[in-house]
Ligand binder design. Structure first.
Ligand code: UDP
Ligand code: MN
Length: 365
């Protein structure tokens, strides 16, 4: 049977006037052409698998490189984060150091009054406090020992602090002294010592124009930002104190217009100024102008602050609310727990039989 396709081709070629051997040659050529094409296609198809393997290997290699690159990126990002943190730390350090070496004599001096008494924890407290105070420019530390003389241990801490200071002492009379057994909570602490500091100020600073006085106990915790607030006090500045008076924060209350409207105290809220000793600072001029104003045993417990401020002729409307409208806490009335010591160790502490290293620990003579 004649091949139908062949017939069509022949028919078509005949129509174009192509016949006989020529006709078969052309058909042959066409067939050879297609066979060759097929051959070529087959050869290419046969190499496709190889190409696929090569391409897959390339893809794997590229994926591996991508993984490595993202790992490297993550490492670099971490390094960058660390470096940025370091830059911030260095900036802070630099600022602190500069504030100490710069000429800041234009800044009002802060007179920081600290009563302190001998106990096993005293050296630790004073060391910690001196490490805070030495970071503050233009600060004068008036350290008043509750003792009958200056002790070398305290002098040593003061000398190491490199701070400007006055090292004075004033012994609390025996009948006013709190003892371990007799917990006479009615007795105020630091009365003699703070008064000795006020006397020192009036004797030594008469005529000094710029200064602010602050009563900073040896066991409280101070944020360095407190000192900027103290320095800015014009008459009497007040601010919140953390963990005091049975509250998380004892603070003046500030009304809508930024004015002081009251206090949140729950301990003896009827006091004229129901605030802690750490909650205020007084301009030096006010202390100098009221020569006789001092702390006293004659008022009920908790009334020392009120007694002093009333004596200085201050009323609630004179108080300058500070620390960002009393929204920030820069000082905490922390108290150091009485350390657990055996009876023998306590006896030894009071005696002169201390080892050299024990003397160093407690700052004993
Ligand atoms: N202080 C003192 N003699 C004492 C008791 C206390 O000089 O017999 C000092 C003490 O070192 C501190 C301040 O007075 O700087 C207030 O005392 P404390 O911290 O014991 O009182 P509180 O925390 O109860 O206000
Ligand atoms: Mn205290």
């Amino acid at each position: 049977m004649p091949y139908y396709g062949d017939n069509i081709i022949r028919h078509t070629l005949r129509q174009w006037g192509i016949q006989g051997r020529l006709l078969y040659s052309i058909i042959g050529a066409i067939i050879v052409f297609f066979v060759c094409q097929f051959g070529l296609l087959y050869r290419e198809w046969a190499t496709l698998d190889d190409q696929k393997t090569v391409l897959q290997a390339e893809i794997h290699a590229k994926e591996r490189r991508l993984d490595e690159a993202s790992r490297l990126l993550r490492t670099k990002e971490r390094d960058l984060y660390r470096l940025e943190k370091r830059v911030v730390q260095l900036e802070e350090k630099l600022r602190d150091r500069l504030s100490l070496v710069e000429d800041r004599s234009d800044l009002p001096m802060i007179y920081f009054i600290t009563p302190t008494h001998y106990r096993p924890e005293q050296r630790a407290e004073l060391t910690r406090l001196s490490n805070t105070l030495r970071q503050v420019p233009n600060l004068f530390w008036i350290l008043v020992e509750d003792a009958e003389k200056r002790s070398p241990g305290v002098a040593e801490v003061l000398a190491r602090s490199k701070l400007q200071h006055a090292h004075i002492f004033s012994l609390t009379p025996a009948d006013k002294k709190l003892t371990d057994k007799d917990k006479n909570w009615k007795l105020p602490r630091g009365v003699e010592q703070r008064n000795a500091a006020l006397t020192w100020i009036r004797t030594n600073l008469a005529g000094i124009q710029k200064g602010v006085v602050y009563f900073g106990d040896d066991d409280n915790s101070y944020d360095l930002r407190l000192f900027d607030e103290i320095r800015a006090v014009k008459k009497v500045g007040v601010w919140p104190v953390g963990i005091v008076g049975s509250l998380l924060v004892e603070t003046p209350i500030i009304g809508a217009e930024g004015k002081l409207t009251g206090f949140n105290s729950i301990w003896k809220p009827e006091r004229p100024f129901p605030i802690d000793m750490a909650a205020f600072a007084v301009n030096l001029q006010l202390i100098l102008a009221h020569e006789d104003v001092a702390f006293t045993y004659e008022v009920p417990r908790g009334y020392q602050e009120s007694h002093l401020l009333s004596g200085l002729g201050i009323s609630a409307s004179d108080l300058e609310p500070m620390a960002d409208h009393c929204s920030k806490v820069y000082v905490w009335h922390t108290r150091t727990e009485k350390s657990k010591l055996t009876a023998t160790e306590r006896e030894k502490f009071k005696s002169s039989n201390l080892l050299a290293v024990e003397r160093d620990a407690v700052g004993a003579a």
